[in-house]
Design a protein around this ligand. Sequence first.
Ligand SMILES: CSC[C@H]1O[C@@H](n2cnc3c(O)ncnc32)[C@H](O)[C@@H]1O
Ligand code: ZN
Length: 446
Amino acid sequence: MTTLPDELDLLLLPRWIVPVVPRGLVLEQHALAVHQGRIVALLPVEQTADLKVRERRDLPDHLLIPGLVNAHGHAAMSLFRGLADDLPLMTWLTDHIWPAEGRWVNADFVRLGTQLAIAEMLRGGTTCFSDMYFYPDVAAAAATEAGIRAQLAFPVIDNPIPGARDSAEAIAKGLKLHDETRHNPLISVAFGPHAPYTVSDETLTRVRTLADELDLPIHMHIHETAFEVDEAVRLSGQRPLQRLQQLGLLSPRLQAVHVTQVNDDDLKLLSDYGVQVIHCPESNMKLASGAMPVQQLLDAKVNVALGTDGAASNNDLDMLGEMRSAALLAKLTAGDPTALDAHAALHMATLAGAQALGLSDEIGSLEVGKAADLAAIDLSALAQQPVYQPVSQLLYTCNAAQVSDVWVAGRPKLRAGKLCSVDTGPMLQQANELATRIRKGDTHES
Ligand SMILES: CSC[C@H]1O[C@@H](n2cnc3c(O)ncnc32)[C@H](O)[C@@H]1O
Ligand SMILES: [Zn+2]
């Protein structure tokens, strides 16, 4: 047994611990010890009596789990929450979201929207998120300041975008961000080619070459709707996944987001190439984009992570709610109530997310040596009694409101339901002032 430090930074004593590895394990009468930002022990409570600790937290009604990993979103779009609802994807994007982005998105917008999204995510137990949005350098700074883990997928599109005149400039800026953040333990950077229908073969080839050279992930919306796939077949005779295979993009470093359209050939490609797949069930349902065949993918040994997508299409960033939606939708899609059980859904929202983002050596499960990214959920509410199985309760009765405490790399971010060191007042005031102007169609952007 490894020796513990003379004095531990933190000792947590929750009612239950679900470490996610090994799958299905629920520990009672156990404690988790944290030192210098890392998990240093998971041990029976009776072995903790003589331990010297700086802080000891009793969590008598709580379930301790790994921090949730939101594997896909557009954080700053929190400022567009509710702007355009109940529409299909392409109408939503082309008639509402893209015009609004062209008019309103600048560095200040991204700073405020990302700060707001981070506050919401920490409040709901998310300790790591993947973001694909404009001004990724600004989003990286907001994440660093808040002390949350993030993957920034810098956007690459064959059109001018806020913050970059063309794809070459977007790539140059993205690689600069990669260089500047290489020593930042909370930040990682990925290529973010938006979607098969907005990025040319030439640009995708450039992305693939650079991603191979630098060993960086590629994060992309793929096979989101039947329309996307049918249009690609109509125009080129190929499904997007076939095209990406030809261009050399399929690999375990590809993070394919949405993937609601999967025929047998697609399934084989995803499985053979070890592509990471990211499921966004609520966005897919709200835009009626389609339903990912989750159980089929899992049966084919494809890693499936979970994401909320942006707040403009979800409309929240609540990963516990997303887990429940994923489980319910998987059962309906498979016609099988055993599909995506509670432990499988928790795995999807934690370790599978970490694996998809290339971070599973560091986060995603409660194992000695991993970073202390943790969430405690209070299961004492009336509507949660009695508790036969805490993970069942977590999945089928909880949402963000029951998350009580959150740590990232051992640092407290939420304590007894209150965000630590974030004053949401000014942020909310600015967000509401901006929303008033957006609603009125104000043309002045300062
Ligand atoms: C290149 S920055 C991200 C870009 O993507 C847009 N977006 C948001 N949600 C979706 C979605 O579900 N599918 C495709 N594109 C989406 C966002 O508005 C930005 O323009
Ligand atoms: Zn998206």
